[in-house]
Design a protein. Sequence first.
Lengths: 721, 387
Amino acid sequence: MVSAFQLEVTEDGIGLLTFDVPGQKVNTLSAPVFAELSEIVTKLEGRRDLRGLIVRSGKAGQFIAGADLGELSVLSLATPAEVERGVRRGHDLFERFSQLPFLTVAVVDGHCMGGGTELILSLDQRLLSDNSKAGIALPEVKIGIIPGWGGTQRLPRLIGVHHAIRMITTGDTVRGAEAVALGLVFDVVPTDQLMSEARRLIDMAQNDDDWKKIRERRRQPLGMTADQVAFTFSIAEGYIRSKTGSQYPAPLMALKAIREGINLPLSEGLKVEQKISAEIMQSPTAANLISIFFKGNAVDRDPGIDLRAHRPKDVARVGILGAGLMGAGIATAHARRGIPAAMVDTENERIEAGLKAAAKVVQGRIAIGRATTDELVGMMALLSTSTSHSIFADCDVVIEAVPENEQLKTKIFGQLAQVMRPDAILASNTSTISITRMAKSAPAADRFVGMHFFSPVDRMALVEVIRGDQTSDETVATIVTLAKRIGKTPIVIKDCPGFLVNRLLMPYMAEAVLMLTEGASMDMIDKAATRFGMPVGPIALQDMVGIDVSCFAGDVLVNAYSDRAVPSLILRELVKCGRLGKKTGSGFRRYVGPKGKPAPDPDFDPILAKLQSEVRSFAEEEITDRLFLAMLLEGVRALEEGIVHEPAHVDMAMILGTGFPPHRGGLLGWCDNEGAATIVERAAKYESLGLRFKSPEMLIQMATSGERFYPQSIATAKTID
Amino acid sequence: MTNAVITHAIRTPIGKASPDKGMFRDRRADDLSGDLMRRLVDISGIDPHLIGDVRWGCVQQQGEQGFDIARNAALIAELPIEVGGVTVNRLCASSLQAINDCAMHIAAGFEDVQIAGGVEHMHHIPMDKDYNPSPRLFVKNSEAIMNMGLTAEYLAVKHRISREAQDEFSCRSHELAGKAITSGAFDSEVVPTWGRCDDGKKAKLTRDQCVRDDCSVESLSGLTPVFNPQGGSVTAGNSSPLSIGASAMLMMSEKKAAELGLKPMARVLAIAVAGVEPCEMGIGPVPAVHKALRRAGLSLDDIGSIELNEAFAAQALSVLKLLGIDTKRVNTRGGAVALGHPLGASGCRISVTLLHRMQSEGSRYGLATMCVGQGQGVATIFERIED
């Protein structure tokens, strides 16, 4: 391996250690990097002549991204001894760093994450640049593990227990003035002054021994009293449980490591961390969350079209037809990323409401300090509006976001053909209507494509790019590239009713309604789903989405998959009564008070009673199985039909589009964890309910052969190269 | 009566209340306080478990100064949890009051070892933030009693203190403060404190930031009066600047000091507070000093060293005029016009400077006095304890 480090010594006796892993966008701490770093520390330990050491990154705007996740994911399969070795490797090295015989300073001009943060925590001082990207985090809990190279012990000894708990158990990044206020860094300075400031710190340390005392103090127990420990950690535990439920063990394990190590000398505290870290590294949740990280990367690299083979067209200007919730959201998403967007609607009032909605997105971010007024001004400047289609004349892409009505849409396509440039692409934000069929009315079938955003657009990362029979590769590549430019995760899907997300979600939603008519209570159904890890239950989701919308989409799917899809008769009844969900104040439940809190609605009972076929008791297991098997089997069918070609596409689409719990490893990852044979066996129990529970051929084969959707460790296969 | 003595007296340098230039612009009042308390414990070598209470002056008790900053700072200082903390507010005299409160508790035998001191961060928490008095306060008083500058203007007119006299007095304050800094006279009282240098870099600082080397009567005379631009005489140059700082003392009974083998700097001999008309609040020291002297059985002639807080030159000169004190005797290391007046810290700050002056000047008796907004004066007389 080529050297990742460069060590120079300046004339005035300061060591400059530059970390720059060749051929990688970011610096990661892999085994070879560790080996090299270890040799360097050995050299440094002998350098009594040095006045100080500055550690920096050779990559602009990037410091250290952390441990090598490929190696981490392998650890979930390794023996406990191997895991312990991996963890101890970091501890030993950083311990040696922390005891070098001169002042050590890290200069951080970019992201500093995980293992990188643990490295700089072992140094005497840290400086942060005022670059807006520069920030320090210990995000380990987000992938189901805990900081394992000293983070749980060194951070609280540096910034105190409270803020250390917050940083470690949320994984949030600390930047700028906050980092200074917390004492995490000495100061924030402009990038071009980082080095001179680091030198000044080293100069100051020559006649002031404070750093030696501070170093020694940070090796001691923090010295919390029994009450301080009992109170602090029980409050933190209660808070974490209220935020993460019981499905994410990592924050609580991190808390445990802090609690058990904090009142011990550092060297003992590190041993506590080692033990707990090794334990969690091998938990299934950690393995699942790490696998999701890699699935996300896989989708990023391969969204369903080879972008190297098909050149996307340049997109300088985008038109959006419709200033409603979706249209305004889509226009905002483009303008926010610097792409001029022209928004058209029939009436000025609707356009005004759309602009207001656009501004609100950025204002909301300003309120939480994630955007500036300059960004708002810049974004609004890129939004132009009109009630006339002629404004689309110079648009490279026009995205249609009018109400979900095929006749209306196709009529408008005819009008658009009059004004759009002959080489422009028309994309439809339809959630249900066939792209192949509508292509017949589009200005050009090869330049017609589905671009399905999810609501709310500013928060939902997924974009389904739907390829009709005649959609060209260039069109798909252009829309995929455009979606990436506006910060979304595009996944290319072959046209089919419901596309991917709704096709898989609808059987799950329908099954929930069906179980209601069989006598399961709606609270029980929702609870089974949220216990599985869904953000909201399916009945609650019906009310949130809107009963009319759900009913319409359900009908499309029932017609398309009539062999197995079950119509939700209750939805039609509710629509008839005008109970359209939260937006009208009632649906399955009623919504009360200024915040519209859900409450049981006695008026719903007679509607249900009319359609209730039986009243029997349900075990939670049956509810969970029927909900998620219905979803899973449809997912396997979609994969089998080649709607998408990668299992990761199914899993990421469901995570990003529906909030399917990442800690399950994704929908197909969940199947892998349970084992195809088990799934087939469990589905067979419900086969009498209908064909929707009939396992597809692909799954049956997997059950026999023991094959999986993903190799034993997706990471081993994909990253160590 | 048990005598209260002071064994250690320290302060931070005083910074400007400026969002872009202030040396303490990104330091917090509670942290500055905590660091100073810690320092007091460290230099005295005292077992902090002996400390009974912390009495800390602070005027604007909100934000970082809110929720009993005395206690919060004691916790930040990692004093033992058994040590109490109470925030004292008598506006500008808050920390002089804190000293007096400690002395009273010691005298009464209710408490022994204590920390007295105070802090104010006039940039982070402006002096008049959220202040909202009842209209009934203004039945007989103009609302302008709240405007300290206008009360100073009133004193200037009433006691015929000329603009020239104010500017000369102010210039003297800067010169003496500058001299004290360069001669190292403050070295024994000022604790090097982390802040920002002129170039924005963080460093341990000792120099009081408001003191001007280039101050002249000419330059001061060019300034427009702030509070009454038409015909007034009180300017930004002859008023104390808005500032930030903390000051602290370790106090205990004379007996405890002997027991611990600590050498006291001085004992508290007499204390007094007196009310005056709010519209001439600056004159408050006059009755307070008379009262304190009476209680000490002394006359002004017995007092060797005097620190009179310079809220405004016009105010200080009015007080000196009425008390018949020669200007030369007061504030020989400069006063608040030059050094700054971080409200909650000032009473203890002038006392700290006074005690160090008494050591070097060899005076037996010293007087610290100051005026208080809304019409009060506080005075404390110290007696130096010789070896």
